[in-house]
Design a binder for this molecule. Structure first.
Ligand code: SF4
Length: 320
């Protein structure tokens, strides 16, 4: 697939009073046109920092991009002027957040909010923008006539649909969705996911889906990067991840998912807790929790190893 976004050796730190948080370390990833990449990990793994990094929205201070490149359509976004970035963010890359209320304006009707974005991005007059806003609502499964209603008149799932409609109104090439269904109940989650899948197929938008849920990955992603303590520990296509997970942390994630066919007793949560981000363990950051750790694991951090074509694992077990 033709490349849309390439992240090369990206490192992002936050300098706080308690010490330096190494939020993202030496990350390298690629997203092809029309592809969906899942970024998976627990809270604090660095997923949202990665997304904010791509959007060039890392609050500085305390955050800082220490090194690396974010190449979008052949151009490095790092070092671009705020005006250039605003243009890219509006026209090319959109982001959907977990809580729809944070991105909706409570005192404007949803139709006005969508129309405003349409007017910014397309050459249309006010009447056309309102009509298009109604079309966008229909696209995300909301009756167009509800465009005159305010956010509080919609349920949580409907609000997230409105946010998706706003994001799509910019006609983005890349949509970054940060846990877009986490705040919703299970049936609504499934509906929003089905909608995103449909949109992905219809608009051929590339997506980054940030989630802690491997079920969502299976449902919608083509490729997946598993993150642990700021590091990508496994990176491959979805099929290989599910048929042949390699990294002990990934295997731990699979073993800790309840499976209806298996007895709940077989569930094995990963022992221990996520490390303190200002004081990561030496060597492989997963070593204090890893059932396969050996002496070298606390001494040296493993580099990514290509164990099969396009399947990368950062673990000493796979060194030749
Ligand atoms: Fe476990 Fe060592 Fe591999 Fe880290 S490098 S995941 S500690 S075996």
């Amino acid at each position: 697939k033709e490349k849309l976004l390439e992240i090369k050796d990206l490192t992002i730190h936050y300098v706080t009073d308690d010490g330096t948080v190494r939020a993202v370390e030496n990350m390298s990833l690629e997203i092809g046109k029309g592809e969906t990449l899942g970024l998976v990990g627990e809270t604090g793994a660095g997923k949202t920092t990665t997304a904010l990094g791509i959007m060039q929205l890392i609050p500085n201070p305390p955050g800082k991009i220490i090194s690396g490149e974010i190449i979008y359509e052949g151009e490095n976004l790092i070092g671009k002027s705020p005006a250039e970035l605003r243009k890219i963010r509006g026209n090319n890359i959109s982001m959907i957040f977990q809580d729809p209320m944070t991105s909706l304006n409570p005192v404007m009707t949803v139709g006005e909010q969508i129309a405003e974005v349409i007017k910014l991005h397309q050459k249309v007059n006010a009447t056309e923008a309102v009509l298009k806003a109604q079309e966008m609502l229909e696209t995300v499964g909301i009756p167009g006539e509800r465009h005159k209603e305010y956010p509080h008149q919609f349920s949580g799932g409907m609000r997230q649909r409105v946010v998706i409609a706003i994001a799509l109104a910019c006609n983005p090439n890349l949509l970054i969705a940060d846990e877009p269904t986490t705040a919703l109940d299970v049936t609504i989650q499934a509906q929003v996911l089905t909608l995103m899948k449909k949109l992905k197929e219809e608009f051929e938008t590339s997506m980054i889906m940030i989630t802690h849920d491997l079920g969502i990955v299976a449902e919608i992603c083509d490729k997946v990067a598993i993150m642990y303590a700021g590091n990508v520990v496994e990176y491959t296509d979805v099929e290989s991840l599910f048929t042949s997970p390699k990294h002990p942390y990934t295997i731990g994630l699979f073993n800790s998912i309840p499976n209806i066919e298996e007895d709940m007793e077989a569930l094995q949560p990963i022992k221990g807790l996520m490390p303190d981000p200002t004081d990561l363990p030496s060597g492989c950051p997963f070593h204090p929790r890893c059932p396969k750790a050996t002496a070298v694991c606390s001494e040296r951090q493993p580099a990514p190893i290509e164990v099969a074509e396009g399947h990368f694992v950062s673990c000493h077990l796979f060194e030749k």
